[in-house]
Ligand binder design. Structure first.
Ligand SMILES: Cc1cc2nc3c(=O)[nH]c(=O)nc-3n(C[C@H](O)[C@H](O)[C@H](O)COP(=O)(O)OP(=O)(O)OC[C@H]3O[C@@H](n4cnc5c(N)ncnc54)[C@H](O)[C@@H]3O)c2cc1C
Length: 382
């Protein structure tokens, strides 16, 4: 949509048509940012290009403390409506409910076979997204179109997704805890995030967990189970204190403030998380707090600072917000997003091998690459 609007604004005589398989445009946009649509982020590359585009189509935005850009109304539906209005104002043709059967290039013309018809065009822009969110229509057919036209596609995998973990998560389900979470590969830390960690019945969720999921790269030479077994999670529930400070505090508390071991962790972590920690150390919650040894306290502080679980998997495409892998960047020109393999073909958005962290980076990339490609197509036709 950003490409079509930009192309028409730069070259009003151009005939531009969007082919959309869903019955309406922007189905996934309604679900973005929990229905508020986190449009972009001030830390993205070229934030002003995207900001100017929103301004030109009448989206009034605001930025939060983390630089995330939203429509001020916090209604994703308003963003879809503004885009559709701009498409109408610029006379962009929109054909919804289309099934594309094949895509090929014959001489200078692209031919898109749809049911009972063929559409021919001088320029073709592929913006079909990836495989994340199949419930919104994203099944990844775009990779087949790119391949049919001569591109390669790097292995795709779900990212920005909850993690399935080993251990007793049923008893922890529903807990939300602030902390520092670290992704480990073969016991080496590879990425760390601070934020709210959410426990589900089979693992971990929350924005900080989604962001860590981007760093899991499965070894293709191993079975899926063995490849995931390389990865584990370490959580520090008290990042503002070091282990020694925490031990001293717990020791004082055990001897003076609480009577039972089960009370030692109240107000430090959620009750059920405290129970999990004592259970892992085989400490009976009803036992006397003053009978805890220095070794017990060191172990409790150790688990508060380094609570571990193994990773069994990444939740599938339905729960993922983005696709890792895709059409490699070295096959397109990064200024115009034109293919280096097929002239007149443009590839933008999630179909490319791009995935950003949570916070507006993925939509930003989709808008920005679309704007650049739209301008390039308009200039190509002048
Ligand atoms: C639940 C959820 C929440 C998210 N929230 C955010 C957020 O707040 N901020 C953020 O930055 N990112 C967010 N993302 C990620 C972001 O939505 C995507 O990265 C971005 O939409 C990708 O844009 P795109 O244009 O490349 O693809 P898409 O937005 O997926 O658009 C592709 C379009 O092509 C259509 N299409 C697909 N295949 C075909 C076909 N064969 N024929 C015709 N049409 C086809 C699809 O129906 C769709 O309309 C979220 C993702 C999900 C799933």
């Amino acid at each position: 949509m950003s490409a079509a609007i930009t192309a028409k604004e730069h070259h009003p005589e151009l005939r531009v048509c969007i082919l959309e398989k869903n019955s309406d445009l922007g189905k996934k946009l309604y679900a973005t940012g929990n229905g508020k649509c986190n449009l972009s982020n001030l830390s993205c590359k070229n934030p002003m290009d995207v900001y100017k585009f929103f301004d030109s189509i009448g989206i009034f935005t605001r930025t939060d403390e983390a630089g995330r850009l939203y429509p001020n109304s916090e209604q994703a539906a308003d963003v879809v409506a503004a885009l559709i209005n701009a498409l109408k104002r610029n006379d962009v043709e929109v054909k919804c409910g289309i099934t594309i059967l094949s895509v090929e290039k014959k001489d200078d013309t692209f031919e898109i076979q749809i049911q009972d018809d063929a559409i021919r065009c001088r320029n073709l822009l592929l913006s079909t997204g990836g495989k994340a969110g199949p419930q919104y229509g994203n099944l990844g057919e775009g990779y087949a179109y790119a391949k049919a036209l001569g591109h390669s596609v790097d292995r795709t995998y779900p990212v920005l997704s909850p993690l399935e973990c080993r251990g007793d998560f049923v008893s922890l389900k529903g807990i939300r805890s602030k902390g520092r979470i670290c992704l480990m590969q073969d016991d080496r830390p590879i990425a760390t995030e601070d934020g709210e960690i959410q426990f589900s019945e089979d693992g971990l969720s929350g924005i900080c967990v989604f962001n860590l999921s981007r760093f899991i790269r499965l070894n293709p030479k191993k079975s899926t189970a063995d490849a995931f077994a390389e990865y584990s999670i370490s959580i520090d529930f008290v990042p503002h204190q070091d282990q020694r400070e925490l031990e001293n505090y717990l020791m004082r508390r055990a001897s003076r403030t609480v009577s039972e071991a089960g009370q030692l962790l109240t107000t430090i972590v959620h009750k059920r998380l405290g129970e999990d920690i004592l259970k892992r150390l085989s400490i009976e919650p009803k036992s006397s707090a003053s009978s805890l040894t220095m070794n017990d306290v060191e172990n409790i502080a150790g688990l508060l600072k380094n609570w571990r679980c193994g990773i069994q998997g990444v939740k599938g495409w339905k729960k993922a917000q983005c696709t890792g892998g895709g059409v490699p960047f070295d096959e397109i020109d990064e200024e115009s997003y034109e293919s280096r393999i097929v002239s007149g073909l443009y590839i933008v958005g999630e179909l490319l091998d791009y995935d950003g962290p949570s916070g507006g980076y993925n939509l930003h990339f989709a808008w920005e690459s679309g704007i650049r490609a739209g301008k390039a197509i308009a200039n190509d036709q002048v």
